[in-house]
Write a protein of this length. Structure first.
Length: 144
């Protein structure tokens, strides 16, 4: 069985977060949804548990970061194409997200991102492995 990842994020208003991420294009597992939490399905192996701040606090003794003022993490997801990057970011912006940075085009890798309603940072990227520049060997790099 493949390793699955469950990212846990605190949210202020669960229903607003569900509405936002539904507009972005994600679905939710009703088996793991109640008034305190929901399980957002990113892919068959990636899930995001959106937890109301009070419920999230039960899992840590640390203070919850205000993600609108401080960065606690950047969640990076890959897509199948450059167009898919732009489409996902566009959906997020239409649903109320902001874009903290301009798109980044490195030739072999293209990315853009958004900040969700609670300030969490999401980076969306597409990488074409066949276009990755090959590092020079020792002689080509000037090493004898």
């Amino acid at each position: 069985m493949a390793t699955k990842i469950f990212v846990n994020l605190p949210v202020k208003d669960l229903s607003k977060s569900v509405e936002f991420f539904t507009k972005v294009g994600y679905s939710f597992n009703p088996q793991f949804t109640d008034e305190n939490a929901t399980c957002m399905i990113i892919s068959e192996n990636i899930f995001v548990m959106l937890l109301v701040e009070g419920f999230f606090k039960r899992f840590t003794k640390k203070e919850i970061v205000d993600a609108t003022k401080s960065a606690e993490a950047i969640i990076c997801l890959s897509t199948e194409s450059r167009n898919a990057v732009d489409e996902l970011v566009s959906k997020a912006v239409s649903a109320g997200a902001t874009t903290p940075n301009e798109p980044q085009d490195q030739g072999f890798m293209y990315g853009h991102g958004f900040q969700d309603l609670d300030g969490h940072l999401w980076e969306i990227m597409h990488m074409d492995p066949s276009a990755i520049p090959q590092e020079p060997t020792g002689t080509e790099a000037g090493v004898a």
